[in-house]
Design a protein around this ligand. Sequence first.
Ligand SMILES: Cc1cc2nc3c(=O)[nH]c(=O)nc-3n(C[C@H](O)[C@H](O)[C@H](O)COP(=O)(O)OP(=O)(O)OC[C@H]3O[C@@H](n4cnc5c(N)ncnc54)[C@H](O)[C@@H]3O)c2cc1C
Length: 320
Amino acid sequence: MAGPVLAWSEKKDLLLELLGGGSSLAEAFGSSLKALVLAGGPEAASGAEELAKWADEVLLATDGKFSVPDSSVFASAIQDVARSEGADLILIASTRFGREVAARLSAKMKVPCMTGCTSIKVEGGRLLVERTVYAGRAIARQECPSLPCVLAVAPRAFERPATKRNGKVRTVSLEVPEPKLKLLSVKEKELKGPRLEEAEVIVAGGRGVERREDFAMLEELAKLLGGAVGCSRPIAEDRGWFPEWIGLSGRKVKPKLYVAVGISGAIQHVAGIRDSKVIVAINKDEEAPILSVSDYYVVGDLYQIIPALIEVLKRRKGQA
Ligand SMILES: Cc1cc2nc3c(=O)[nH]c(=O)nc-3n(C[C@H](O)[C@H](O)[C@H](O)COP(=O)(O)OP(=O)(O)OC[C@H]3O[C@@H](n4cnc5c(N)ncnc54)[C@H](O)[C@@H]3O)c2cc1C
């Protein structure tokens, strides 16, 4: 029997996913499942009761210093809790901030850290982890050498929990160090439509889409399919048409349907879409790499195909 599985994320939805995966790990270890909430104030603490349904215990620490996103402060707090609870497996959602916290935490605790984990299993007492490597081109299967260890888990690697544990919330008091960072202001990203990670359908455009206004076609198609619009990195970063992109260095998505429009399929892009259920590509180049990772594709000019698709869908919906 190992020590508890301790899950923490700064994002409540991802913490819930960690509890989904953490539940079977706790069972395999014969141990308990605990969630940690580090709240900057009462508002941030408000979801703890709800989380407790899916954990054996929720440990809640509230301190104004957690309002500042200083990874060393969070790492220090998690270390204190991991030590006092005797946690053997520390699961952290692999967001940008989460990865920073995971790295600092493992260095402080002098324990192994594995990032980008897409699957974690216990087999014959061994902790086996799968991680994407080489920009998503390969999956490495690795054994965690010792416990305790810190695992940064990719968003959506685990499903949300299905079995209730009906635990309780326990307030813990921690010696929280002073943040070394000063928070000057917070500006929310302006996002239209559903978040890409949550969208069931995504229509994404790449450099094949020539003008910003041409994205109106993709937006119309996405609307008819009940989905969101995304893009490749050059569209967001170089052309500045969108605040975020899909891929290895951007959002990793897992929709039921991903439509890649005028996207070549560079490995960095494919790394972010490989968990999509069905990939459809529209590209005028029959040699484009995206075609080889697609379930269906159309070789042709997007400026003809997208309007034709919109027309068919509208007709089916009785809108034409
Ligand atoms: C460290 C690093 C990280 C990166 N991370 C990411 C990432 O997270 N996400 C990402 O997307 N990229 C990323 N990139 C960039 C990546 O390598 C590619 O440069 C990028 O994905 C290419 O974008 P694209 O497919 O839109 O453009 P292109 O490669 O230029 O492809 C455009 C495609 O449109 C097609 N096309 C053109 N006109 C039409 C038409 N009229 N009809 C139909 N098809 C048409 C062309 O045939 C072509 O296949 C990264 C690069 C590096 C070095």
